[in-house]
Ligand binder design. Sequence first.
Ligand SMILES: Cc1ncc(COP(=O)(O)O)c(C=O)c1O
Length: 403
Amino acid sequence: VTALPDTPDPAETAMAAAARARAHVAAWTDRQTEADLRRRGGLKWSGTDDGVLGAWVAEMDLPLAPAITTALHAATDQQLTGYLPLHLGAAVGGATAALMAGYGWRVDPEAVHPVASVVAAARIVLNHLSGRAAPVVLPTPAYMPFLAVPELCGRELITVPMRLDGDRWELDLDGIRAALRPGALLLLTNPHNPTGRVFSEPELLAVADVVTETGATVFADEIHAPLVYPGHRFRPYASLTAETAAHTITGTSASKGWNIAGLGCAQLILPDGTRDRWERIDPVEWHGATPLGAVATVAAYTEGGEHIEAVVDYLRAGRDLFAEELARSLPSARFFPLEGTYLGWLDLRDTGCAPADVQQRASVRGVDGEYCGTPGFLRLNLAMPHHLVREMAERLGACGPER
Ligand SMILES: Cc1ncc(COP(=O)(O)O)c(C=O)c1O
């Protein structure tokens, strides 16, 4: 499926390489028809009825990074398909530390533990690395599985609705303060799915004050960190202060930015105080990261910089196109400014169309906000060719009282 761009010239300047990556990502993605995407066979399209646009699960229609396909070909040639070898686990630690250094966070590679997925990471944290007697506190709307995971781990869940200030979704600090207590765990997703917010440093510092004041801890899900648009800056929560470094366990992965969720390799980054507890966890609990996921992750984090910039560039243009087209086709819907991620968040409450009816009325499959804990809203995956972004916005016109 992935045509490799021309072989890079070792003497190519960084600027020329970036321009080449941008041209490749845009040309490749623009060329994809709906039939091509269905042939590719991913879940997003194979799980979507014929004639309906697939905008639900968080997979991208964009190409894989050439560095990743090269690394995967080499790994399969080498028949590296057994369990995760220690040297590859260590390589993931080193590559993750290198990525975090780019965000100004100095991470000890030995504090990085490869696990199968960020959701698996959250379960490990809930089951083994946080006080089981205290609640899990989750701002809503939220990534859907986080509404189920606490109960699956036998933990009490307290949801705290985010507040809307103008067009901006904000964390309700008073609500979070009231829900937290010593040992409680705040599930903090930044960049945020589904609102698309990239919380600013002052916002994160205000959260840190509340967490410190209440004696709680944080699981920081930063899986969307590479997908941040110009004008916004991602800061790893654990990197903010000595207190956040001590009270935070971070979960991250190359799986969203580089579109490799199926390869099974996320990273749990532990603070100093939890390393002994990690040693005591039965490996059965954390086993599951794969060698192919590890080589792809190392390639993404160490050689995938130009590609991710090109991806963000393409997604940003798609976001702007969608906003423009939707304002024409469905002005009664509200599309919130997307600061990061490719998951658009729409308020449909004034359209007269229930999110559950969108597929039937507009032939677009998104995610009903009810599954994110916030009825009346719709999450839409915008990581598709621009011609389909335009088509999706046009089709959504069928949801309005305007028609
Ligand atoms: C915020 C967030 N966390 C976690 C995940 C899932 O990650 P994984 O597949 O590594 O469990 C997603 C997937 O879309 C996500 O958006």
